[in-house]
Design a protein around this ligand. Structure first.
Ligand code: IMP
Length: 188
């Protein structure tokens, strides 16, 4: 039997989709996966990148979609890698980031969720403050082994409740509030 989805997560990153799917499930929203490597414009604004990606994703998928754009912003590096997080992860990786940092290790993760269908185009932003660990700890994807959320001692990779506090969780919670309200008013 074919499963019916409320909307599709367009991305080439299956880890992000798996987290988003679990989180949205807790709000009663069923998320499908549309694997596609979206073109990313060069911009210092995550929001601008996300909006362009969402339009592209909707044109490709032709169903209600969401995309996500994230960045890891490190204080002592003036916000680097920020919008270049994906490229920096693929090039210098966690080891390279650890080598760049000295005393001030403060950082934040930012997530932008962009939704697009025939009528709506909306973005939802959230962040989580924290710091960069001194070594890689735990077996997570991306920057998970080096990011420790504020007031915690463990990295995202070591925590078993990442999906209840992450930047992604917070942005998806904002999205869900809007989306469920929209569904209700569309029904009336
Ligand atoms: P983009 O949004 O696909 O451009 O991803 C930005 C970069 O941040 C990617 O290299 C991801 O691996 C990384 N990233 C985004 N969210 C997370 C997360 O929750 N944990 C670990 N790394 C992340």
């Amino acid at each position: 039997m074919q499963q019916s989805f409320d909307l599709f997560f367009v991305s080439s990153n299956y880890h992000k989709y798996q987290e988003a799917k679990k989180i949205l499930q807790s709000f009663g929203i069923v998320l499908g996966f549309f694997k596609y490597d979206l073109e990313e414009i060069q911009s210092s604004s995550l929001k601008e990148i996300a909006l362009k990606k969402a339009v592209q994703a909707f044109q490709k998928c032709k169903k209600p979609i969401m995309i996500e754009d994230d960045g890891l912003f490190i204080d002592s590096l003036f916000g680097f890698p920020g919008p270049y997080s994906s490229y920096v992860f693929k090039t210098i990786g966690n080891e390279g980031i650890l080598r760049l940092l000295k005393l001030n290790r403060k950082a934040k993760f930012v997530s932008i969720i962009s939704f697009c269908d025939e009528k709506n185009h909306k973005s939802f932003e959230a962040k989580i403050d924290g710091h960069i660990s001194k070594t890689e700890n735990g077996k997570g994807w991306g920057y998970d082994p080096i990011f420790i959320p504020k007031n915690m001692k463990k990295t995202f990779a070591e925590l078993n409740n990442k999906n209840e506090l992450s930047h992604r969780y917070k942005a998806l919670k904002k999205f869900s509030n809007w989306y469920l309200h929209k569904m209700k008013s569309d029904d009336q």
